[in-house]
Structure formats: C-alpha cells, structure tokens
Design a protein around this ligand. Structure first.
Ligand SMILES: C[S@@+](CC[C@H](N)C(=O)[O-])C[C@H]1O[C@@H](n2cnc3c(N)ncnc32)[C@H](O)[C@@H]1O
Length: 326
C-alpha cells in the first residue's frame, strides 16, 4: 500500500492546533472532572492531543491506543501508545474519551479501493468510532467533520457543538467541529470558537427549520416555469448564494437532478420586494449561525471561508419563514 493510500485507509491526519483552550471545551472538561480521571485517547496517532491537553494543565493521566501511529515509542511526555485495533476491540473502563478519530466516508473508500469494515448503518468510519466511544464512556469529546450537525444521528447526548473556525489540520479543507457529549440527553448548545450562538432547537425554531416547513409541498423545487429562482452555491470569491426571479435563470436548463441552481414554484406572487426580503433573511441567517446548517461545497472561497451550498429543505424553511413575517 502506498504512503497516501495507507494514510487514507487509517485516516491518519493528526491534529496540529489545539481547540482545548476554548471556553466551551473548558466548561465540558470541568463537568467531566477531567483533572481527576484517566483520559482515553483511542486513536492516538503521534499523541498530539495528549500533548495539547498536558499543555493546558487540564489533565495528567492518559491511556493511549493506535492501530499504527507511534505505537510502542515513548512520546516526549513518556505516555506510551499501545497497539490495538480499537474499532475491533474498544478499550473499556474509562470515564472520559478525547480524540480525533479516523475519518473515511464509505463512498470514498469504495472509489479508492480501501477497506471499509464497519456496520452498514454508518456512512463514515468516524460515526462508528463515535458510537463505540459513547457506548463505553460517560464523557466524550470528538473532533469530527462539522457536517455531523446535519446528520441527525448520535445527537442524543450532544451537549455542545463547537464550530472550529481555524484550520486544525494541514491536510483537509473540511469544516471541522468539536462535539462534546455528556452522560444524559441534553439540549445542544452551539458555539463558534469562543462565541456562544444559541441552543440548536431555538435556532431551528427561529428560522422555521422544522420537519413541517422543510417538507412543505407548497414550495416546489426544480419547476421549469417556477417564478422564484435560487442560485444555491457560493461562487469561489464570497458568500454569493441568493434568491432571484425565476425568469433570471431562463437561459439555464433547470434539470431535476440539479441540486444547486433551480426554479421554484410558489403559491405566492413573487415581487422584487419579496425577493429582497428573502435575501435579507438568508443573509441574516448565514451570519447568525456561522453557516453551520449549510453543507460545505468544494473547498475555500477567496475570502478564506468555506464555500457553502443551501440544500432545498433548508431553503424551503427560509422561504416559508420569510412569508410568515408578512
Ligand atoms: C485522524 S488520526 C488522529 C490522530 C490523533 N488522534 C490526533 O488527533 O492527532 C486517526 C488515527 O486513528 C488511527 N486508527 C485508524 N484506524 C484505527 C483502528 N481500527 N484502531 C486504532 N487506531 C486506528 C490511525 O492510525 C490514526 O493515527
């Protein structure tokens, strides 16, 4: 196996900047009594996370494992990494787990001919790793793709979602989050680095993002004659997603398969004023939530932020939300 294939197979992208000085992590560490327990690092790599936690003085005892990584070597701190396939045999008896697990999506593994030995219900290895950690530890902190928030699985004990707005790895252009779990079901707090944004359920209510609005049949996408238009992806320069008149897209063929540029059929009459208001709602929504409900789309923009795509269910919620304010 080539070096790159091996790196991809094991998701061996090490954490290079610490998210552990952030306020939401410190709050979680305090509630977990991290300074009083042995912290499990089940996918330790080169023990970078352990070093960062040591530097932060939040904990001093660790149990570290990796299938490959720097196993057997004594790291600078003397904390040994034991060799173990922790997806096969997850370590038990630990109160708290802090890690950045391997990430590998099922479709990417298939495309590249890599192994993907996890149960069918998971579309990414990190989700299986998370389920194992939650089944075995009361407190869990995982550095994972920020798209986790939209996946709706394994959210029950998610106490805090922290969007990490600085780049933690040299190798990935994916937006990354720190997901912090506690022993019991919780309302989820949303943070962007040190800034508290709000409770997830409140933010969803504020913008009418619930199952009823997001699946409302009165707003129909990919309608060839639709009077409202949506350019649903950012360009490579800035946050450019916008609503427009359907006729502005007349020169484009609107295909059923298109998930980014579309014409929309509505019961309401679409006026320029209405479109301006809708774009106002969209832009406020993007600023308020730091784009966390929008999927990343192919890399960074020239302004250094992630390009985003507005999915149809979220667009439908925003359209109905803007209409309710008449
Ligand atoms: C994304 S890296 C992160 C390493 C470290 N946690 C960090 O943040 O720097 C994931 C690590 O998981 C390890 N790994 C992958 N599959 C594993 C398995 N089945 N059992 C144990 N470790 C595994 C890889 O060798 C790699 O070191």
């Amino acid at each position: 196996m080539s070096h790159t294939a091996r790196k991809r197979q094991y998701g061996a992208y090490y954490t290079k900047q610490s998210p552990f000085e952030l306020k939401p992590f410190k709050n979680w560490a305090r509630s977990a009594n991290l300074d009083d327990c042995t912290v499990l690092e089940p996918f330790a790599g080169a023990n970078d996370i352990v070093h960062m936690l040591q530097d932060s003085n939040m904990c001093s005892k660790f149990a570290c494992y990796d299938i490959a990584g720097r196993t057997g070597q004594s790291a600078k701190d003397g904390v040994q990494i034991r060799r173990r396939d922790t997806l096969e045999s997850f370590p038990t008896g630990y109160h708290a787990c802090v890690t950045n697990p391997p990430w590998l999506a099922r479709n990417s593994a298939r495309r590249r001919g890599l192994e993907f030995n996890v149960p069918d219900i998971y579309d990414d290895i990190y989700k299986y790793a998370l389920e194992l950690a939650l089944a075995n530890c009361a407190y869990v902190a995982f550095i994972i793709p920020a798209t986790f928030l939209r996946s709706r699985r394994l959210h029950n004990r998610l106490k805090t979602f922290v969007l990490l707005e600085k780049k933690l790895f040299m190798d990935t252009d994916n937006p990354v989050c720190l997901a912090l779990f506690t022993p019991r079901p919780q309302r989820t707090e949303i943070w962007a680095n040190n800034e508290y944004i709000g409770y997830l359920d409140e933010l969803e209510d504020k913008y009418s993002l619930n199952i009823q609005t997001m699946s409302d049949k009165r707003v129909r996408f990919n309608a060839p004659e639709g009077t409202l238009g949506l350019i649903g992806v950012d360009n490579t320069k800035k946050a450019s997603i916008e609503f427009c008149r359907g006729s502005d897209l007349a020169h484009r063929t609107v295909k059923h398969s298109d998930r980014s540029i579309t014409r929309i059929d509505l019961e309401d009459k679409v006026t320029s004023k209405k479109i301006d208001e809708l774009n106002g709602v969209l832009n406020k929504f993007r600023r308020d939530i730091h784009d966390i409900f929008l999927a990343p789309f192919k890399g960074l923009r020239e302004d250094g932020r992630y390009r985003r795509r507005l999915d149809y269910a979220t667009a439908r919620g925003l359209i109905l939300h803007a209409r309710l304010q008449d």
